[in-house]
Design a protein around this ligand. Structure first.
Ligand code: HEC
Length: 134
C-alpha cells in the first residue's frame, strides 16, 4: 500500500474515532439543506450517475469502495476493510452527523473527482441513497 493510501486510511480512522459534539441530523434534513444551498431540486437519477461515473483520480469512482448499488456492504480499497452500507434503509447511522458527512464528502470527492463535490451533487447523492430499498 502506498504511503498516501496509509495516510488517507489513518486520517479517516482518526476522524471517525473522534469524540465530542457532532452535528446530529437526519438524512432528510441534510438533503433539504444541500438542496436549498444548490438552489435547484435534487435528482436521484443524477446522484446514481455521479456515484458510478468514472472520474479516475486516486480512485475511479464512488462505487469502487461503496458498491454500485450500496444497500449492501462495500470494501475500502485504501484500508482493505469492509464498509457498512451507504443506504440509510440498511444502515440507519448514515447521514445522521453533518460534521462526519461533510468530512467524508471532502476527502472522498477530492480523491475520486479531484475537487470538492458541489451542494447540488451532494443533494443528488443523498436523494438517490435515500430512495434505495433492500
Ligand atoms: C477508497 C475508498 C472510497 C471511495 C472511492 C469512496 N469512499 Fe466514501 N467512504 C470511504 C470510507 C473509508 C468511509 C468512512 C467509513 C464509513 O463511513 O463507512 C466513507 C464514508 C463516506 C461518507 C460518510 C457517510 C455517513 O454518513 O457516514 C460519505 C458521504 C461518502 N463516503 C461519500 C463518498 C462519495 C460521494 C464518493 C465518491 C465521490 C466516495 N465516498 C468514494 C471510502 C471510500
Amino acid at each position: 500500500m502506498s504511503s498516501s493510501l496509509l495516510l488517507r486510511a489513518a486520517a479517516i480512522a482518526i476522524a471517525i474515532g473522534a469524540s465530542g459534539p457532532t452535528g446530529a441530523a437526519t438524512p432528510a434534513e441534510l438533503l433539504a439543506a444541500y438542496t436549498a444551498q444548490a438552489g435547484r431540486p435534487a435528482s436521484p437519477e443524477r446522484g446514481q450517475r455521479f456515484f458510478n461515473q468514472k472520474f479516475g483520480r486516486d480512485f475511479e469512482n464512488c462505487a469502487e469502495c461503496h458498491g454500485a448499488v450500496p444497500i449492501g456492504a462495500g470494501k475500502d480499497l485504501a484500508s482493505n476493510k469492509a464498509l457498512k452500507p451507504m443506504a440509510p434503509a440498511t444502515n440507519p447511522a448514515r447521514f445522521t452527523d453533518k460534521a462526519r458527512v461533510e468530512y467524508m464528502f471532502r476527502i472522498n470527492c477530492k480523491d475520486v473527482v479531484g475537487r470538492e463535490c458541489t451542494a447540488g451533487e451532494k443533494a443528488d447523492l443523498i436523494a438517490w441513497l435515500i430512495s434505495l430499498k433492500p
